[in-house]
Structures are given as C-alpha cells and as structure tokens.
Design a protein around this ligand. Structure first.
Ligand code: HEM
Length: 583
C-alpha cells in the first residue's frame, strides 16, 4: 500500500470510528413512541422501508399513525412522521430547530458547491430571498416557449416511429429523461443541451445525465462524508477521494466513487464555462457570437440563471450572492429538477395508458383548448410551433381543469420523492394533530425529542392520509379535484404543503423552489403528446410469449421496471404501446 493510500484509509477508519461513537451516543436517547419491531440487528427496519417500500411505508402509517418509532442503522431510532401538525411544526413553524441531516448537506456541498441544497441557516435564507422571485409566475410565462420547443421535439421523435393503424411498443423512459434534461438545461441554464438529438451528446450533458444515478451508487459513503468534510478542506477531501480510489483496489464500490468524482469534475467545469459566458453576456448587451447555448427564437436571457444574475447584480450588497454561490445553484437546479420531473412525467403517462377513458377525456380537453385558442388568433404563426402544433399560452395551459386534476392527482398519489429527512438542532417536542401510542400503549399528543433526533418525513404517508384525503386516499382519481374546492381539507385539517395541501413539494422555507417550473413542464409535455399520440400498456407477447408487465420500484425515486419473465425487474424501462391518434 502506498503512503497516500495509507493516509486515505486511516482517514476513512477514523471517520467510521467517529460515526460509530456518534451513533452509540444517539442510541442512549429514548423515543417513547410505538412502532414496528426491529427486523435486523444492523439495518433495523431500513431495508423494508427504503428498498421498494411503497406499500410498507403506507402500512406502518396505517398501523401506528402519524408518528412512529422506526429502527435505523446501528440501533439508532428515528421518528417516521406524516401527521399534519407535526409536519407544520417541523417544516414551517419551528423550521429553525429542524435542519437537513449532515449526510445530505455535506455530500451536496462536495458534489454541487454552495447551492440551495448544501446550505443551512442564514446563508440558505439569503439564497432563498434572492431566488424565490426568480421562479415567479411572470418568469414562468416567459420560459414557456423554451419548454414548448423541447416538448414538441419529444413529440416529433415519438411520432416519427408511429402509424395510425398499428401500435408500436417503445421504451419512453430514455426520451422523457432526455426531454427533462433539455428542459432544465435550456430553461434553467440557458444552455442548449440538445439531449433529445441523439448522436449529438457532449461530455457535459452526459455528466449531468449520469450524476443522479452515480450519486445513488455511492450512497454507502454518505455517512462518512460529514466527518471527513468537517475536518478537512475541499482540497484535502478531493485528495482523500483520489487516494481511496486509486485503481489497485478494483472493487465496484471504489470504481463507483471514482466515476462520481469524474462526473462531478466534468459537470463543475462545464457549469463554470456557462457561468462565465453568462456573466460576460450580461456585461455586453449585444449577443456574443461564441455562445453555444442560445437556441434563440427570442428566448435569450429568459432562462433562470440569466434572471438570477440580473437580480443579483441589482440587489443590495449585503443580500448579494457570491460567484461560488451562484455557480452552486446551477448544478443544484439540474440535479433537483431532472429525476423528479422525469419520474412525474413517466408516471402520468403510465397512469393515462392504464386508464384510457381518462386519457381520452384529457385529450379532448387539450384539443378543445387548442381549437379555441387558434380561433382567437388571426396570425397563426404565433400560435404554432416549428412542428405545426398549436402552442397554448401559459395561462390557458395552467388553467385547464382536467389537465390540472390529472397532474395534481399523480403528484399526490405518487410523489417523486417519497421520503426526506430532518434532524433536531436542540431538545424540544413535536405536537400531533392525531394522537398516537407510546411504547407502553398510552395515548400521546406530543412527542419529546432529544437534540440530533432524526426524522423521516413521509411525503408518501402524508399524501395518502385518509384522515385528510378521505377513505379513497390511495386511489388515483383525478376527478376528486373537479368535484370540490376543499380537496385535502377535512374538518379544517390540512397539510401545509406549498402545492395544494399535498406534501409532494414540501412546505416552508426549504420547500421546492422549482415547483411551478415542474408543473409547467409536466403539463406542457402532456399538451404536446396527447393530441398526437395514443398511449396503452404493452399487450403484445414477446418472442417467448411473455407480455411486459410494468412495476414501479420505490427507493429514493419511483422507477418503472419490467417484471420477470419479460424483464429483469431491475433496469429502468417504461415500454408503452403507442399509435397516432385517429382524427
Ligand atoms: C415533480 C418535480 C419535482 C418534485 C416532486 C420536487 C420536490 C422537491 C422536494 C420535496 C424538495 C425538498 C427537498 C428537501 O427538503 O430535502 C425540493 C427541493 C428543491 N427543488 Fe424540487 N422538485 C421537483 C422539481 C424541481 C425543479 C424542476 C427544480 C428546478 C428547476 C427544482 C428545484 C429544487 C431546489 C433548488 C430545491 C432545494 C430548495 C431549498 O432547499 O431551498 N425542483 N424539491
């Protein structure tokens, strides 16, 4: 073993030791709440909850209520929460006493720099103050043409494979993922990623596409990262990662870490180039000929980064973000907006394929709106895109009642991020809307919590809570949003979510800043695809006589896979049977 590797592994050993010490001290904390028995001496209940745990997450909430003690790694006890008052307390009212956990913040800091998901306290508050207005509705209105261009390119790619009479089975997932990448790159960075133009890949776009899966593959290192980052500068952290992953140890885990390190370098260097070009473009009013990211069509400077740079330049000195912070936002936005939106668009298409009558009703609403919009416009060159399809203006698109209902219901029943984590920064207590049982079986309304207590915020259980959403909470019923203005409110009780009263985009100052962007992107994809394409679940047997059955695996995200024997049950795929819509 070389000297640098010896240092690398010594640091790793020290980090693991410190971690075990911290876990042991937390173990002493009592948490007097009922919950399921531990299922494994090391992993507790974590495997059944985190690995493909959709049903399990809902079952424990149904069995124990809105606050449950679960067994985590190394005997740690976590509080699994979905109670509305508890979530309001943690995420809104007392949010300063409940932070993101160290693993999350420190790993994000290493990967993305000082963006929103890597900062806490005053620094985070200052960043949100600057960024909140950037995601305003008026800015979304300006951004829509960029998104529409991408959606219609997606449509034309799918359409080019189809005919009116025969259905064709196609895996739509890679196309949805590429289209989401183009939406965030063009809409957020103003960078022409052209991910939908296969064969036109570049290193930067590929790195952005791989980032999320590469992070998931290195999850085993997450708990160690805070200990290392706290004790070493960024320079030394990088050096330690290099030493640990020198190729003499050819395990897959080390290869994964090396791959992530490489991807982060490429993403960082690409973002720096775009950032410098943007700053230069802002300083020089006329278009820069060397700019590679402008698809123009009047959309130059309307992307989120350009708006952010302008807002930053004109804000008071004390509020201004540093270049490092601005740069940090770029990778954060791509990461936060890519897999989440891909999962949502994929799920909504799957649900529509499964429910043909709802698909037809939605298609009719979109087509009627397009016809009505076209009838109003004298000059059709403004209403049609380059593929000859009608473009709905922002307000029409966002106010289609059934489209809105389908999108809301999908995001409620299948939130892209089913669980999140927080920890206490001080000793305190968490009040409950609906009482639960203590370990001894007593009814309790408040749970005392120690400092550093970890919480699992169950977005999934909150969105399926029958006490708030009704007995049919777990059913996908878009019409529930049409029949009442009080959806998600029962006896005055509701969740504090920023989007309707669901928790999909969370609540409070750390809620999703991009939710209007995501909503617009999902709706626009449907408005582009449905008038042209009919979607159905696969029905044709393959060469071995097996029909593909899609199953959604839940981990950090929901991912569609094809069940055995037609598929391997692991690789992400969403095969749908498609044909052109008959006039
Ligand atoms: C369906 C799509 C999306 C879902 C379900 C979603 C959900 C969420 C959730 C639950 C959080 C809170 C995470 C936490 O506190 O740990 C979050 C944060 C965030 N999201 Fe989204 N998101 C989506 C799309 C987007 C898009 C398109 C963007 C950017 C264009 C974006 C940018 C962000 C950012 C920057 C944060 C961090 C906010 C902060 O810490 O202040 N998201 N998102």
């Amino acid at each position: 073993m070389s000297f640098p590797q010896l240092i690398g592994y010594s640091v790793l050993t020290l980090a693991v030791w410190k971690l075990v010490q911290r876990r042991a001290s937390r173990k002493a904390n009592t948490l007097d709440v009922a919950g399921p028995a531990s299922e494994h001496w090391l992993k507790g209940n974590m495997e059944s909850i985190c690995v493909d745990g959709f049903e399990r997450c809902l079952k424990i909430a149904a069995d124990y209520g809105g606050a449950i003690k679960i067994h985590a790694f190394f005997g740690d006890k976590w509080l699994y929460v979905s109670d509305p008052r508890a979530l309001y307390h943690i995420l809104v009212k007392e949010q300063h006493n409940f932070e993101e956990i160290d693993d999350f913040i420190f790993c994000n800091k290493l990967v993305f720099g000082a963006g929103l998901i890597s900062t806490l306290g005053e620094q985070h508050r200052r960043q949100r103050k600057m960024l909140n207005p950037v995601f305003s509705i008026s800015n979304m209105r300006e951004l829509l043409p960029i998104i529409q261009h991408v959606s219609h390119q997606l449509k034309s790619i799918l359409v080019s494979n189809l005919s009116t009479h025969n259905s064709v089975e196609l895996d739509v997932l890679p196309w949805i993922s590429r289209s989401s990448l183009d939406c965030v790159c063009e809409g957020v960075l103003g960078y022409h990623s052209a991910a939908l133009d296969t064969g036109n890949e570049n290193e930067y776009t590929e790195a952005l596409r791989m980032l999320s899966s590469s992070i998931s593959k290195t999850i085993v290192f997450r708990p160690i990262v805070p200990v290392v980052v706290r004790n070493f500068s960024l320079y030394w952290c990088k050096k330690i990662a290099d030493w640990l992953t020198i190729s003499w140890l050819p395990t897959q885990t080390m290869r994964n870490l090396r791959e992530l390190r490489h991807i982060v370098e490429i993403a960082d260097s690409g973002s720096r180039t775009i950032f410098q070009e943007k700053k230069a473009a802002l300083a020089a009013p006329s278009p820069m000929p060397s700019q590679s990211y402008d698809t123009s069509g009047g959309t130059r400077g309307k992307d989120i980064m350009s708006i952010m740079l302008k807002a930053n330049a004109s804000s008071a000195e004390g509020d201004r973000l540093s270049d490092a912070e601005l740069l940090g936002q770029m990778n954060v936005m791509i990461f936060a907006g890519l897999e989440t939106t891909t999962a949502a668009v994929a799920r909504v298409l799957y649900m529509l394929a499964k429910h043909p009558h709802i698909q037809q009703q939605l298609r009719a609403e979109i087509c009627d709106a397009m016809t009505a919009h076209q009838a109003l416009e004298v000059d059709h060159s403004h209403t049609k895109d380059s593929f000859g399809s009608v473009r709905l203006p922002y307000d029409s698109l966002m106010n289609l009642p059934f489209l809105d209902a389908v999108v809301r219901e999908t995001l409620r029943v299948y939130p892209s991020l089913p669980v999140l984590a927080r920890k206490t920064t001080t000793v305190g207590s968490v009040p409950l809307q609906f009482p639960v049982r203590s370990v001894s079986g007593e009814e309790i309304n408040t749970i005392p919590v120690a400092k550093d207590q970890i919480f699992v915020i169950s977005v999934l259980a909150a969105n399926h809570n029958q006490a708030v959403w009704g007995e049919d909470a777990s059913e996908w019923k878009p019409e529930r949003w049409l029949n009442s203005t009080q959806v998600g409110v029962k006896d005055g009780v509701r969740y504090a979510g920023v989007y309707s009263s669901m928790m999909t985009f969370l609540a409070g100052n750390r809620s999703c800043i991009g939710f209007k962007f995501a909503e617009m992107e999902i709706k626009d994809a449907l408005a582009a695809l449905l008038p042209a394409i009919h979607f159905a679940l696969p029905s044709e047997p393959d060469d071995s006589g097996n029909v593909k059955e899609i199953y959604w695996k839940t981990s950090v995200f929901h991912t569609p896979v094809v069940k055995a024997p037609a598929g391997d049950g692991e690789t992400p795929h969403l095969p749908l049977s498609m044909r052109l819509v008959r006039e």
